[in-house]
Design a protein around this ligand. Structure first.
Ligand code: HEC
Length: 425
C-alpha cells in the first residue's frame, strides 16, 4: 500500500515539473529543454524499474524481507527530492542566488545519495528487468569484469579522493563559473556529485551487510571527509571579496549583496553540512556498540584507550618510583649515619661524615667500602658487613670490638652508609 502511494507521489511530482518546464523552454534555450527531457526520462524509467522490481520481489519471494518498507520509502523520497531540486522554480532561484545553489548541491550530495543507497536500486532494478534479460544479465561474461571493476573503484582510498575531488573542484570559483555558463557542464557537475556521493554513502551504509570497512574505521573515514569537505565553505566565508561572481548581481533582486550571498553560501556549506556528518558518525558508533560488534570494537577501543591513558601514568609512575627510590635511599643513608652516632661507633673509629667520630681504638673506616676483607677475615660484602656490625665477636672471637646489640634492620642501614665510604683518590 505504502509503495503504491510513494510511486503515485513521484509520478505526480514528475508530471507537475515536466508541465512547468514547458513554460521555461522558450528562454532556457534548446539545451536546457533537451536536458530536461532527458532528466525526466531517466527519472521515470528509474521509478518504473524500481516499482516493477519491488512488485516482482513481493510476488516471487514474498514479504518485505529483501527490501523493507523503509527502503521503498527512501527511494520514493530520493526521487521526489530529485524532481524538486531540478524543477524550474527551484532552478530559477539557484540561478539567481549562490546560497540557494549551494543548498541544491548539498541535497544532491548529502540527502539523495544516502536515501538511494539505502533503497538498494541496483538489486531492485535487476528484478524489475524482464525475466529473460535478468538471466542473460546474471550470466553475461562482462558481469565478472564489471563486478571486479566496481570492487576496485569502491576502495576507500579511491572513493575519498574522487568524492572530495568532485566536491572541492566544482566549488572553486573558476570551475563553478564554467558550470554556470554551460548547461552540459552543469549537468556533468551534478552527475559527478551524485556518482561520487553515492560511492561514498555506499561505503558508509553498506545496505548489503558486506562491509568494506569495520564500523569504527568507517567512522574515522566519515570524520576525515567531514573535516576536509568543509574547506570550500571556509573559503567562501573568509574571503573578503566576491569570488563567485558568476551569478552577477542577480542576488540584488533577492535583497542580498553578492558578497553577503557568498557568505551565506559558505555558512551553509560549512556548518549544517558539517553537522550533518554527525548523523552517520553517531549511527556507525551505535552499530559498533551492538552485541556482535561490541566485543571486537570494545577490544580495539579498550586497547587504544589503555595505551593512551596508561602512557602518562606509567611514565609518571616510573619517574615517581625512581625518585622514590632515590629519596628513600637518601633517607636510609641519613638513618644509618644517625645510628652510627647513637651506637657510639665514633668513639673507636674515625668515620667521615659523622660528627665527633674521631676514635682510634679500631681502624679508621674511611675507604672501608674498598677493602677486600673485613677485619682481615670476612669477604667484604653487604651481608658480611651487616653480620660484623651485629656480632663481631662471632667472626673474630676476642677482638676489641664489642657486641653492641645492633638490630638486624639497623645493621643494614649502618652497612649501607659505610658502603658509601670509598678511598679518596
Ligand atoms: C670499643 C671500640 C669499638 C667500637 C665502639 C666499635 N668498633 Fe668497630 N672495630 C673496633 C676494633 C678494635 C676493630 C678491629 C677488629 C679487628 O680487626 O679484629 C673494629 C673493626 C671494625 C670494622 C672492620 C674494619 C676493617 O677495616 O676491617 C668495622 C667495619 C667496624 N669496626 C664498624 C664498627 C661500627 C659500625 C661500629 C658501631 C656500631 C663499631 N665498629 C663500633 C672497635 C670498635
Amino acid at each position: 500500500m505504502l509503495t503504491r502511494w510513494a510511486i503515485l507521489l513521484v509520478v505526480l511530482l514528475i508530471a507537475s515539473t515536466s508541465g512547468a518546464s514547458a513554460h521555461g523552454v522558450a528562454d532556457d534555450g534548446q539545451i536546457t529543454a533537451t536536458l530536461r527531457v532527458l532528466e525526466t526520462v531517466v527519472i521515470v524509467a528509474a521509478v518504473v524499474l524500481y516499482a516493477r522490481g519491488i512488485i516482482r520481489i513481493r510476488r516471487e519471494i514474498g514479504s518485505d524481507r529483501v527490501i523493507s518498507r523503509s527502503q521503498t520509502l527512501a527511494f520514493a523520497l530520493a526521487m521526489s527530492l530529485f524532481v524538486l531540486i531540478l524543477s524550474p522554480p527551484v532552478d530559477e532561484i539557484t540561478d539567481a542566488l549562490f546560497s540557494a545553489h549551494m543548498v541544491q548541491h548539498l541535497v544532491l550530495i548529502l540527502f539523495i545519495p544516502p536515501l538511494l543507497v539505502w533503497s538498494r536500486p541496483a538489486l531492485v532494478a535487476v528484478w524489475g528487468l524482464p525475466r529473460r534479460w535478468r538471466k542473460d544479465f546474471a550470466t553475461a561474461g562482462f558481469m565478472h569484469w564489471l563486478r571486479s571493476a566496481i570492487y576496485w573503484l569502491m576502495h576507500p582510498l579511491i572513493v575519498a579522493p574522487l568524492f572530495l575531488g568532485a566536491f572541492c573542484f566544482w566549488h572553486l570559483p573558476r570551475p563553478y563559473a564554467w558550470a554556470l555558463s554551460n548547461e552540459w557542464l552543469h549537468t556533468a557537475e551534478h552527475l559527478s556529485f551524485l556518482v561520487t556521493a553515492t560511492m561514498f554513502w555506499t561505503l558508509v551504509i553498506e545496505p548489503s551487510g558486506r562491509r568494506r570497512m569495520g564500523y569504527i574505521p568507517t567512522m574515522l573515514f566519515v570524520a576525515a571527509i567531514a573535516v576536509l569537505s568543509g574547506l570550500p565553505g571556509a573559503l567562501m566565508i573568509l574571503s573578503p571579496v566576491t569570488l563567485f561572481a558568476a551569478h552577477g548581481h542577480a542576488s540584488v533582486t533577492w535583497g542580498l549583496a553578492a558578497l553577503e550571498d557568498q557568505q551565506i553560501a559558505g555558512v551553509i556549506m560549512w556548518v549544517p553540512a558539517g553537522i550533518f556528518f554527525l548523523v552517520p558518525i553517531a549511527w556507525l558508533f551505535f552499530k559498533a556498540m551492538q552485541p556482535a560488534e561490541r566485543r571486537r570494537a570494545v577490544g580495539h577501543a579498550v586497547s587504544i584507550i589503555t595505551v593512551v591513558c596508561l602512557l602518562p601514568v606509567t611514565l609518571t609512575g616510573c619517574s615517581e618510583s625512581t625518585s622514590d627510590a632515590v629519596r628513600s635511599s637518601n633517607r636510609a643513608l641519613a638513618r644509618g649515619k644517625v645510628l652510627i652516632g647513637k651506637y657510639g661507633c665514633g668513639t673507636c673509629h674515625t668515620i667521615p661524615g659523622v660528627d665527633n667520630a674521631t676514635g682510634h681504638v679500631g681502624p679508621p673506616l674511611a675507604g672501608v667500602a674498598d677493602r677486600i676483607f673485613i677485619a682481615g677475615m670476612l669477604q667484604n660484602n653487604t651481608e658480611n658487613l651487616t653480620k660484623w656490625i651485629r656480632d663481631p665477636q662471632s667472626v673474630v672471637p676476642g677482638n676489641a670490638m664489642p657486641v653492641m646489640g645492633v638490630k638486624p634492620g639497623e645493621a643494614q642501614l649502618i652497612a649501607a652508609y659505610l658502603e658509601t665510604l670509598h678511598d679518596e683518590k
